[in-house]
Structures are given as structure tokens and as C-alpha cells.
Design a protein around this ligand. Structure first.
Ligand SMILES: [Zn+2]
Length: 451
């Protein structure tokens, strides 16, 4: 049910002008998700041509690359294919050269600066109208996941401590555009840096029907909370790759449905999971999955995700390599024409490579290591093909026996007799603006994904 922005004008409800734009987008997206891929691609080519044409005229980086003639929709995709892959390091070294001036109709432009979990800062500007479209994508995602706005929502995520009062915040509604448009249930949020046992207490107290958090945090909570709190119906994950083991545990252990959203700070929502278990890429992002020869991957193949944002004119993000891998999906039984991805594999730097050539995205189940030794947080870092460093935040120093037990469990988990060293870290292993925690990262770059 709509909520009126003027309380005494209830029927028909009055919609706040900015929220009205979001509602228009939501209405639009409810229809476009069902377009056939060929129809969708034709519509995308019109928007892509407009985006390329703006860059041709206004971008310090792309004007020279896009030639002297206007770009018509018929050749938009072929022109895009001539552009070089854009890497995060290009954005860092290029700085403001990637920004473009936008007409005032695109809304207020704001900058989003992210250090990421590798500590390399990058700044992307985003137009207000592009933010509105992203909000509509998120609302449509809730519809896909059968999430009612009237449910109670609880989130454990980054940024709460920076924006709220202390570590947590609570609202009688969901906040943002959702609360401007719809009647909603209450919401509460807790900062992800909160110690896990306090997180568990908070969840038992708040008892959200819809719980949203990052997969690594969810993994730790599943270890700590064998049973769910009363009323839990849906778990939503975001920001990191959701390992299939974690997904299975939510269903088995908590009996809840679990849905994932694939997003990045630079691009906003990229793809949402449908009820058939595939991800669908949103309409305004032209997405490629490329193999090591920069050729498009076929159905079932895993490659690098490269994305073009056709709707945010404030920063030129053409063929932006977001450093994730994904598996190309097939035409989906749900009937949506939006590009399918079968699985989001995660970051290149989270791939473990063994001396025998095997490569995989490992999951250690970090919480269980607390049973073996006084470890509060643990991160596994691959420093060489046969070597791992275990970085730990500890309650007190480990005994040699405890170190040995932890090392044995890691070796068993990996399936290789790795050399293991220990490093004690003060404070927290959670880093970056988005407060991501990487339980595993590799410092060696597998040759086939070397750049
Ligand atoms: Zn689907």
C-alpha cells in the first residue's frame, strides 16, 4: 500500500517527487524483466549509444577513443567492443579524468570513495537519477525474493557505526525510498564490527523476519547459533560471494530461504538471484563474462566479469573489470530475459591455487577454529603455492600444541600438506569502507588470470 507524503491526502496518495521517480522506475522494471533477450538488447543499444555519445563529447579519456562521428544505436555494441578493458588501477591513476559533467536533469552528483579490502582508494561519481534507478532495482529484488515490506528487517552490515548512534540503530520503518513509497515494518541495523556473541544476542532480541548480512558474517553466526530465532523467514546476503555450503546451512540449520544480491560499490546492484537459483543482470548494465583471451565465455564457463554502466553519466565506466569471476548461465526457467549468471564465484584474489594446479574458492568455517585455540578472528593468506600464513586476532598467545592443531585442520581443509606460519594481528581483520572480511586471500596470481 502506498504511503502519502501529505498525511491528510491519503487517497489518492501524494508521492514525494524524488520517490515518484523511483516508483516510475519500479513500474518500468516490473515490465522490462520479462522482455525477450533480443528486444532487451535492442533497447539497451539505444541507451548505450546515448551513453557512448556523451562520453565521446565530454570525456577526457574516451573522446579520443570514440572517433569523430556520432554513435548510432545500430553500432553501439560494436563500438563498445573496441574500447579497452578498464581496470581499477586505471581509475586510480586516471583520477578525475574519468568524471564527466552531467546535465542538471541527472540530479545531484555525489562521490563514492572506496578503499576496498585491498586498501587501494578509488572514487566514482554517481548521478542522483542513477541512484534512484538503483533503489528501484533493490525494491524489485525484494519482490523477486518474496520479501514483504511489512516484514521486520534486521541488517548486520558495515557503516552503521559511522552513520548511527553507536553500534546499532532502529527505525519504525525501512528508511530510504522504500519508506517514502510504502507502508513498511520496522527495521534495525547493527554494525558488522560488533563481536559475534553480541550479534547473536542482538538477533535474539530483535528477531527480524528478514535478516540481511554479508556471507562471511553469516557463516560465523551459523556456527554460533545452531537454531534460528522465532519468526525468521528469509536471509538476504550481499557484498561478497555466497559459498554454496553457507547457502545449504541456512536452509538446513535455520529452515529459512536465502537469496543473494550481487553488487559493487562502483556500480550498485549488478544482479539479483531469482527463485530458480540463477542471477539476472539488471537492465542498465551491459555485462560481459570473458575468458583469458578476452573472448565471451559460453554457458557453463567461468570468466572475468566486465561491466558497462549505461545510466550513470557522471563517471565513464565502460567495460569495467570488477575483479570477480562468474559462471555464464542459461535461459532461465523463471522466464526473465535478463542476462543469466549461474554462479558468482568471487574475487580473483580469493582463489586458492595448489601446487598440483587445482584452483578453488576455499571456505574454512573460521568459527570452528575457536574450539582449538584462543582465536577471535582468523584469516588465511596464501603467500606461495605451498605456503599459507594464518593471521590471527587472539585472546592470548597460542601454545605450540594449539598452533599444531590449527595447522593440521587447515591442511586437512585444503587437502594439501601446506607449510604454515602464524602472525598475530592487533585489533580487527575487517578492513575497508565496506567492512568486508576476507577469510582467505591469495598473494599469488594464478598465471591464467595474470593481468
Ligand atoms: Zn531466473
Amino acid at each position: 500500500m502506498f504511503k502519502s507524503s501529505v498525511p491528510e491526502l491519503c487517497w489518492p496518495a501524494v508521492i514525494d517527487p524524488q520517490a515518484a521517480t523511483v516508483f516510475h522506475f519500479l513500474h518500468f522494471l516490473r515490465r522490462t524483466q520479462w522482455l525477450k533477450p533480443t528486444v532487451l538488447q535492442k533497447a539497451q543499444s539505444i541507451q548505450l549509444a546515448a551513453r557512448l555519445e556523451h562520453a565521446r563529447q565530454h570525456s577526457a579519456v574516451y573522446s579520443g577513443l570514440l572517433g569523430g562521428s556520432p554513435i548510432a544505436p545500430q553500432r553501439a555494441f560494436s563500438v563498445l567492443a573496441t574500447l579497452p578493458i578498464l581496470r581499477r588501477s586505471d581509475l586510480q591513476s586516471g583520477g578525475t579524468r574519468y568524471f564527466e559533467n552531467v546535465p542538471p536533469e541527472h540530479g545531484k552528483v555525489s562521490a563514492n570513495s572506496t578503499s576496498g579490502s585491498t586498501g587501494e582508494p578509488v572514487t566514482v561519481r554517481c548521478s542522483g537519477i542513477s541512484y534512484a534507478l538503483r533503489a528501484a532495482h533493490t525494491m524489485r529484488g525484494h519482490a523477486w525474493h518474496g520479501v514483504s515490506f511489512l516484514s521486520s528487517l534486521g541488517a548486520i552490515r558495515g557503516g552503521v557505526a559511522e552513520h548511527g548512534q553507536g553500534q546499532s540503530m532502529a527505525l519504525p520503518h525501512w528508511g530510504g525510498y522504500t519508506a517514502k513509497l510504502f507502508e513498511t515494518g520496522p527495521s534495525a541495523a547493527l554494525d558488522i564490527t560488533t563481536p559475534l556473541d553480541e550479534q547473536a544476542l542482538w538477533l535474539k532480541q530483535v528477531q527480524p523476519a528478514v535478516f540481511m548480512t554479508l556471507p562471511s558474517n553469516l557463516d560465523a553466526l551459523l556456527d554460533l547459533m545452531p537454531a534460528p530465532w522465532p519468526g525468521l523467514a528469509t536471509v538476504l546476503t550481499l557484498s561478497e560471494a555466497l559459498h554454496p555450503d553457507i547457502r545449504a546451512r541456512v536452509k538446513q540449520q535455520w529452515g529459512a530461504r536465502v537469496f543473494d544480491k550481487y553488487s559493487s560499490e562502483e556500480l550498485g546492484p549488478i544482479a539479483f538471484e531469482c527463485a530458480h537459483g540463477q542471477y539476472h543482470v539488471v537492465e542498465n548494465l551491459v555485462t560481459e563474462v570473458l575468458n583469458d583471451n578476452d573472448e565471451p565465455c559460453k554457458v557453463g564457463e567461468i570468466g572475468r566479469v566486465v561491466v558497462t554502466d549505461t545510466y550513470n553519466f557522471a563517471t565513464g565506466l565502460f567495460r569495467y573489470e570488477i575483479r570477480d569471476h562468474a559462471m555464464v548461465g542459461e535461459a532461465c526457467a523463471c522466464g526473465r530475459g535478463l542476462m543469466p549468471l549461474r554462479r558468482i564465484m568471487g574475487r580473483v584474489r580469493n582463489i586458492m591455487t595448489l601446487p598440483d594446479g587445482r584452483r578453488f574458492w576455499p571456505l574454512f568455517g573460521m568459527r570452528t577454529y575457536g574450539e582449538l585455540a584462543p582465536i577471535r578472528q582468523l584469516q588465511v593468506v596464501q603467500t606461495a603455492l605451498d605456503s599459507l600464513t594464518l593471521r590471527m586476532v587472539v585472546h592470548h598467545a597460542l601454545t605450540p600444541e594449539e598452533e599444531s592443531a590449527v595447522a593440521d585442520r587447515v591442511r586437512a581443509s585444503v587437502g594439501w600438506p601446506m607449510r604454515i606460519s602464524f602472525e598475530t594481528v592487533e585489533g580487527s581483520l575487517i578492513t575497508g569502507n565496506n567492512r568486508k572480511f576476507e577469510e582467505f586471500k591469495s598473494l599469488i596470481v594464478p598465471p591464467e588470470v595474470a593481468v
